[in-house]
Design a protein around this ligand. Structure first.
Ligand SMILES: NC(=O)C1=CN([C@@H]2O[C@H](COP(=O)(O)OP(=O)(O)OC[C@H]3O[C@@H](n4cnc5c(N)ncnc54)[C@H](O)[C@@H]3O)[C@@H](O)[C@H]2O)C=CC1
Ligand SMILES: O=C(CO)COP(=O)(O)O
Length: 331
């Protein structure tokens, strides 16, 4: 088995380290040649994972043909909104028998497709060759080898089991699932809910507000996921509640931090500048998830409020009034 991780952001770099620790021969592809050089010579990715020393035998390249040559496992580590464009550049070098694993947590703008759907559309690979890895996995903690679990989902359970072995280490424990839809919807929405938690923290609201957002965010996630054919149990697991709790609670989350800056009064542009090139997927996915929900007749009031704060000029008071002024319901 030879693996390549396509994308040397914080999660791509970390997953390459996990695969290496799991005993899988792994190459990391970086868009920038200076970053590939830095990883090869200093074994550090100072742009995205400063202070983490990478294994000396983990090599990086910025050449797409070299990275993909002979790769059995292609891990797609680009942000959601550029994955299609990246796959277009990679497609001709991906072997017909290769297995593709998506790490991205988002819904594509305009098409409203999940990432595994984007991969299938661009590469024309069958579903049995496409999997998703998702769960409560803040990159820095995993890079420090702190224990955590994840989910590897593929419609072909045997394939998911093979990948489970490929990614398993003494600190990283993958579980398998066949519910790809539930896993991807859980991973995409939790970023939006983490933005909402960050906004609440930024304006100074406390734990009751956060617990309310997380719990009602989970309800919203389950409604949409089930509406799209997912199983409720998936959202009760690592890819749903697990990731939601980790992302909504941690100052390491880029989405939560982005939301906090908005809550403190920064503009979208100021918060984007402060993110320093790191992706907060929820900022774009709030709009695509809202549209996906509308298309399927599912109510997503928190996602709607985050979209309006990010893109329609609402302030937090508008969002609170709208959310708490909704018709009264049973839980
Ligand atoms: N960082 C984390 O803790 C985790 C991230 N993820 C997901 O992994 C995906 C990748 O995120 P990170 O590695 O964290 O990214 P990052 O925010 O650390 O780095 C940005 C990455 O995007 C690439 N990039 C930026 N603009 C691009 C463009 N126009 N074309 C191609 N590539 C471009 C950069 O080269 C870099 O690799 C995201 O969907 C994220 O939600 C999932 C689990 C954990
Ligand atoms: O997906 C993540 C943790 O599982 C990372 O979240 P952020 O993108 O908000 O940092």
């Amino acid at each position: 088995m030879r693996a390549v991780v396509m994308g040397a952001g914080s999660w791509g770099t970390t997953v390459a380290k996990v695969l290496h620790d799991a005993g899988t021969e792994t190459t990391l592809w970086a868009r920038r040649s200076d970053l590939a050089d830095e990883i090869n010579t200093t074994h550090v990715n100072s742009s995205y994972l400063p202070d983490i020393v990478l294994p000396e035998t983990l090599s990086a390249t910025s050449s797409v043909p070299q990275a993909l040559d002979g790769a059995d496992l292609v891990v797609c580590a680009s942000p959601s909104q550029v994955l299609r464009q990246c796959l277009g550049d990679w497609r001709e070098y991906i072997g017909s028998q290769a297995v593709l694993v998506s790490l991205a947590k988002g819904i594509e703008s305009d098409t409203l497709l999940r990432m595994s759907e984007v991969i299938a559309e661009v590469t024309e690979m069958p579903d049995e060759q496409i999997a998703v890895l998702t769960g409560p996995n803040l990159a820095r903690e995993i890079a420090l080898r702190q224990p955590a679990a994840t989910v590897i989902a593929c419609t072909d359970h045997d394939r998911a089991r093979e990948l489970q072995h490929t990614f398993a280490t003494g600190y990283f424990r993958p579980y398998t699932k066949t519910d790809v839809v539930g896993c991807e919807i859980g991973g995409a929405i939790k970023n939006v809910i983490a933005l909402a938690c960050g906004i609440a923290t930024g304006v100074g609201f406390g734990e009751n507000t956060l617990a309310t957002i997380i719990t009602r965010g989970l309800a919203e996630t389950m409604r949409l996921a089930e509406g799209l054919g997912a199983r409720a149990e998936t959202l009760a697991g690592l890819a749903g509640v697990g990731d939601l709790v980790a992302t909504c609670s941690s100052p390491l989350s880029r989405n939560r931090s982005f939301g906090a800056r908005l809550g403190e009064g920064q503009s979208l542009e100021q918060a984007q500048r402060a993110a320093g090139g790191q992706v907060a997927e929820g900022v774009k996915s709030c709009t695509s998830i809202r549209a996906l929900a509308a298309k399927n007749g599912v109510e997503v009031p928190l996602t709607d409020a985050v979209h309006r704060i990010c893109h329609e000029g609402w302030d937090v008071a508008d969002a609170v009034a709208s959310l708490l002024g909704r018709s009264k319901k049973s839980e």
